[in-house]
Design a protein around this ligand. Structure first.
Ligand code: BES
Ligand code: ZN
Length: 592
């Protein structure tokens, strides 16, 4: 097992095996008052338990005795900006330790929304986002993916709000103000999740459904109506879905990610609910995590490609099985293109830092995704070389063997050697494998996805740029064709070009967030001010980092853009999640 440098916990000495949570949601103070009771498995002397915390007020710490609870001596360490504070507790091999605490209104893992920031506008909303190391800001835990535990929670909240967690929530949206949930499978702390708001349930299939605000529920269920089929095709490829139900909770637009694979209850951005299913690969992705990530988990954040790279691969297989090869290939080509564009300008030294060999640990906090993309590309390459009849059972065997365990890259590489490379010699060379695992960048011999439709788009873009003739058929392009058109266009266009495109295709004000982030990035880098009002509306309405950060980056390229960005940020900021706020501040600070 690797040591996790992102946690103070000492899992070699003691591990939480089960967690009992009592939580009360106080919307007026924007805090959560909690008690976390850890059931422990000791392997060391039993004299101390160290938990991760960040900005928690510890009210009491107790240990279980034969006839009740006794207070335990404890010390909350000085806070580190990144890691928070270690809570060191003096123990005597206690079977259970209970920490009573209160969160800070600024907890990095929680967002408390005023009613105006919801679709309904009447009731408040709150949700968590624990990945990567934010669970510690709302629960004192061993906040490392190398420790897994089951959990049960009793939550109280204002009676007009529905509470959901990453657990079995049933399908009844009866509001009582008092909720009990159970997660019987052992999960790592970053999959702890909670949300509360005006939420109703809309079924999709036998095992799946949508939770959302009433105004959104039916539309979301229609957008995600293929979820049950996605589950079936993934099971056929990679083995049973082992989590019972799979539901999707659609959050308000400030949710900082596209999706988060909270077990049994994916949290999702509303920006993919646009009426044409063209962005539902986000659901394929989060569902895929039920195998890669939630079932087999990287044991430290340095090996996150084991989660995200495998998931990106499985996502694409799901998209192919449900929507066809053409869409799957276009989506792969889009990812590969964005990787190559990011890598191109890097010097060899930078490349070694940004994208080392997969076996050499690279950090990813959800804002850039080079490591996961390399991992995905590696798996596609193996699939190509060995053929699906060999590769698919291999991958399924991997999920079965390591189910409900946390592993590192070396565990995967050993499994790869034993179950694929050794039994099938001569298919790939040791040098090729080393190029993926030990060398920086994307290997020269990696095969690029080729899409016929994108060749057409590329041709039409070239001729538009040289002759001014607008792409014929653009009005009927799929989302992915538009993404390609914009991705491979110059960063900066002149005002006539932008105006011409906009007049014909109405890009400014688009409801499609993936198109919007590309279009507004070009608009910003080109200082095309006629679209700035809508650009500002977009940055204010949406808080999903992948959509807003590129636009802030593009604005930061010019002096005037920076000033404009700072103004928009000031007014958008009250609606942003703490991690979006921090990420935007970093961009604006770097630029000034
Ligand atoms: N688990 C990730 C989100 C994440 C990664 C949060 C790293 C914090 C740190 C999630 O599954 C994800 O990858 N979401 C993507 C979806 C996309 C790749 C389809 C997103 O949010 O855009
Ligand atoms: Zn993911």
């Amino acid at each position: 097992m690797t040591h996790d440098r992102h946690s103070y916990a000492e899992p070699a000495l003691v591990r939480t095996t089960h967690l009992d949570l009592e939580l009360d949601l106080d919307f007026s103070a924007k805090v959560l008052i909690g008690a976390a009771t850890h059931t422990l498995a000791w392997s060391g002397p039993g004299d101390r338990l160290v938990l991760d915390t960040r900005d928690l007020t510890v009210l009491s710490v107790e240990g279980s005795t034969a006839d009740g609870w006794e207070p335990l001596e404890h010390n909350l360490g000085l806070p580190d900006d990144e890691l928070g504070s270690a809570l060191a507790i003096r123990t005597a091999g206690h079977e259970q330790v209970r920490v009573s605490y209160r969160t800070a209104p600024t907890a990095t893992g929680l967002q408390w929304l005023e009613p105006e920031m919801t679709a309904g506008g009447v009731l408040p909303f709150m949700f968590s986002q624990s990945q990567t190391i934010h669970a510690r800001s709302w629960v004192p835990v061993q906040d490392t993916p190398s420790v897994r535990f089951s959990y049960a929670a009793h939550v109280t909240a204002p009676p007009e709000l529905m509470v959901l967690m990453s657990a079995d929530n049933g399908t009844q949206s009866r509001r009582t103000g008092s909720y009990d949930v159970v997660m019987p499978e052992p999960i790592p702390s970053y999959l702890l999740a909670i949300a509360a708001g005006d939420l109703v349930f809309e079924p999709i299939g036998e095992r799946s459904g949508v939770w959302a605000e009433p105004e959104m529920a039916k539309r979301a269920a229609a957008e995600f109506s293929d979820t049950e089929e996605m589950m079936r095709v993934t099971e056929a490829l990679f083995g049973p879905y082992r989590w019972g139900r799979y539901d999707v909770l659609v959050l308000p637009p400030s949710f900082p990610y596209g999706g988060m694979e909270n077990p049994r209850m994916t949290f999702a951005t509303p920006t993919v609910v646009i009426g044409d299913k063209s962005l539902v690969s986000v659901i394929a992705h989060e569902l895929a995590h039920s195998w890669s990530g939630n079932l087999v988990t990287q044991d430290s954040w340095d090996d996150i490609w084991l989660n995200e790279g495998f998931t990106s691969y499985v996502e694409n297989r799901i998209v192919e099985a449900v929507y066809g090869t053409e869409l799957a290939v276009m989506e792969t080509a889009i990812k590969q293109h964005s990787t190559v564009v990011k890598l191109d300008p890097l010097s060899p030294a930078e490349l070694a830092v940004e994208l080392p060999g997969l076996n050499h640990g690279s950090e990813y906090h959800g804002t850039t995704s080079l490591g996961p993309l390399k991992g995905c590309w590696f798996l596609s390459w193996l699939e190509e070389r060995f053929g699906r009849e060999v590769f698919d059972p291999f991958l399924r065997g991997y999920f079965d063997r390591f189910a409900f365990r946390s592993i590192n890259s070396e565990d995967f590489v050993a499994h790869l050697q034993e179950h694929l490379l050794t039994p099938r010699p001569g298919v790939v060379s040791a040098e090729e494998i080393a190029a993926w695992l030990d060398e920086p960048g994307i290997p020269q011999f990696a095969v690029r996805a080729e899409s016929d439709r994108f060749e057409v788009v590329d041709r039409l873009r070239h001729s538009w740029l040289s002759t001014g003739e607008l792409p014929a058929g653009g009005k009927t392009w799929t989302t992915q064709e538009w993404l390609r058109f914009l991705d491979a266009a110059p960063d900066v266009l002149d005002a006539e070009q932008l105006q011409q495109l906009d007049r014909e295709f109405g890009l400014t004000g688009t409801a499609n967030g993936e198109i919007a982030r590309r279009w507004y990035s070009i608009v910003a880098a080109s200082a095309y001010t006629p679209a700035y009002d809508e650009l500002a509306t977009f940055l204010t309405r949406v808080g999903r980092m992948k959509l807003v950060l590129p636009v802030y980056r593009a604005l930061s390229r010019t002096e005037a853009g920076r000033e404009f960005a700072a103004r928009v940020f000031e007014s958008a900021r009250p609606g942003y999640h703490p991690i979006t706020t921090a990420a935007v501040q970093k961009i604006l600070a770097a630029a000034s």
